[in-house]
Write a protein that binds this ligand. Structure first.
Ligand code: F6P
Length: 539
């Protein structure tokens, strides 16, 4: 029998009632097989979600919630080009970029294949030195200029796959409009050997435009020949005419399409810096890993579906247990940028309050996503997780092998990761603390040393971090985000909230450039006037 959403929601609220008085560790005492019962595998990834406040009946109710939200039809729509982004009237088809040719929707198959072919040719030309700079020297450095989805995914991937890098090229990233970003990168580069990729889906992002213009000026200041630009600038955009108007040679513009959201665009030509860093074969291996997660997501029943389960655990923690944040902690230096990439993926996608039905959401949507690298963060914010006052779910991510790790390191890394997950779940009771506490007069030391435990966590495990498992990891989080959006009833593919800040920044920039302060609140006016005085004092 299919239950209605309100019935399921009130059932889940009942199950959640008084959850904090129940010990997570006691769930393990009750069911010796718990770890196996709450572990799923797909596409080279294992998700152990047993250290959550979930039992079989809660999981069933959550699975019913997904079904009652119409998840199956939405998943099918995601793979068949349905217009899921209704506020922008766009289909959502990023999965088509990584599908095997036989599985690519026919409407886009030939365009996708053609762009991949162009990427392959470019990568070969740059790796073999066939593509040279204006003065005839081989290109040794590539600078990706882009922001948001045109930066975070490629930057994460280049760092994650550093063991696969080719020796010929160094890839760098400039995103921030803070001039310190580009200035510090340029000082280390030789213009005759540098290629810039201007990556912008819209080709209307002011930060990227200014950085690209600064790069062009830097190049011209040294090579002093406008004919040099075509050997040193490539653009990737869904608006080729804007790139050409900007001054990029038309033959150097690689297209993308409006059916690829910015935060899902690393699978498109926006991934060119990745392909340049690791080679086209490794880039395609990454796509194949993602495609294998796609197939699993599309075909596996919800009860064994990794993205669906990861999403449901998040829904449970956010909407029923009241967690406000999600910490993502990879125990792998190569995944340094994973939390910031996921911040855009999850928070830009699901940081919404308006339902698809044009009404306001009643509970919470996306949690605040944050995190950092284990083991470093154990010596930074983990104290708050162990003894602070908030419920903070954690996603741990780890690879079982790292061939580049010197002896002893990987054992210690893994021991720390597992220890943290165990300690967060079990805590240390007062009784346990008494046994090991010194007697300090006037201080109840066992009370200070006890930790509450009961913090939920997921453990995401892969054999090794390879292009394929890395691709699967990203696809897992993409689909998790999608499932949560479906259950919350929001459009995960627009980002109207970002627009207001952009508009205000443009009008404040006009005021700064003309030194004419417009009508603002007194705080903004005072700060603007102060900046204008500071600006004048250095002119
Ligand atoms: O931050 C808003 C946003 O529109 C993102 O969605 C996008 O990834 C980013 O700006 C950059 O946009 P573009 O690739 O068009 O320069």
């Amino acid at each position: 029998m299919i239950m209605s959403l309100p019935t399921l929601q009130s059932m889940l609220n009942e199950y959640a009632d008084g959850w904090h008085t129940r010990r997570l560790r006691s769930l393990f005492d009750l069911a010796p097989n718990r770890a196996a019962e709450f572990t799923v595998e797909a596409a080279g990834l294992t998700l152990d979600y047993s250290k959550n406040h979930i039992d079989a009946k809660i999981r069933d109710a959550l699975l019913n919630l997904a079904a009652a939200s119409g998840l199956s039809a939405k998943i099918e729509g995601l793979f068949t080009g349905a217009m899921l982004n209704r506020t922008e009237q766009r289909a959502v088809l990023h999965t088509a970029l990584r599908a095997a040719p036989s599985e690519t929707p026919t409407a886009v198959a030939s365009e996708v294949a053609a762009v991949k072919q162009r990427m392959r040719e470019l990568v070969t030309a740059l790796h073999t030195g066939q593509w040279r700079g204006h003065t005839g020297l081989a290109i040794t450095d590539v600078v990706n200029i882009g922001i948001g989805g045109s930066h975070l995914g490629p930057q994460l991937a280049c760092a994650a796959l550093r063991d696969n890098h080719v020796p010929q090229l160094q890839v760098h990233f400039v995103s921030n409009v803070d001039g310190g970003d580009i200035a510090s990168q340029l000082t280390r580069l030789d213009p005759a050997r540098t290629l810039f990729i201007v990556a912008s889906k819209s080709f209307a992002t002011p930060e990227t435009a200014l950085n690209a213009r600064t790069a062009e000026r830097w190049l011209q200041a040294r090579l002093a020949d406008p004919a040099a630009n075509p050997r040193h600038f490539i653009a990737i955009t869904a608006h080729p005419d804007r790139a050409v108007k900007f001054g990029i040679a038309r033959e150097n513009v690689l297209p993308m399409w409006d059916w690829v959201g910015g935060r899902y665009s690393l699978w498109s030509a926006i991934g060119l810096p990745i392909a340049l860093a690791v080679g086209m074969d490794s880039f395609e291996a990454m796509q194949a890993g993602a495609a294998s997660m796609d197939r699993h997501f599309r075909s596996a029943p919800s009860a064994t579906n990794l993205p669906v389960l990861l999403a449901l655990v998040g829904i449970w923690n956010t909407n029923y247990l009241g967690a406000e944040t999600l910490a993502v902690v990879p125990y792998d230096e190569r995944l340094f940028y994973l939390p910031s990439y996921l911040q855009q993926l999850e928070m830009e996608s699901n940081g919404k309050r308006v339902l698809e039905s044009n009404t306001l959401v009643s509970g919470h949507t996306a949690p605040i996503l944050w995190g950092g690298l284990g083991t470093n963060v154990q010596h930074a914010f983990f104290q708050l997780l162990h003894q602070g006052t908030r419920l903070i779910p954690v996603d741990f991510v780890l690879a079982l092998h790292n061939p580049r790790s010197p002896p002893g390191h990987h054992d210690m890394l893994i021991a720390n990761c597992l220890a943290q997950a165990e300690a967060l779940m079990c805590g240390r009771t007062r009784e346990e603390a008494v046994a090991t506490s010194a007697n300090v007069p006037g201080i109840d030391l066992p009370l200070h040393r006890a930790t509450a435990g009961n913090q939920p966590s997921n453990m995401l495990v892969m054999e090794a971090l390879t292009p394929a498992t890395f691709g699967a990891l990203l696809a897992l989080y993409e689909h998790k985000t999608f499932v949560q959006g479906v259950i919350w009833g929001i459009n995960s593919f627009d980002q109207w909230g970002v627009e207001l800040g952009k508009e205000l920044a443009q009008s404040l920039l006009n005021e700064i450039e003309t030194a004419q302060v417009g009508a603002h609140d007194s705080s903004t006016t005072a700060l603007l006037q102060r900046y204008l005085r500071a600006r004048q004092s250095v002119e």
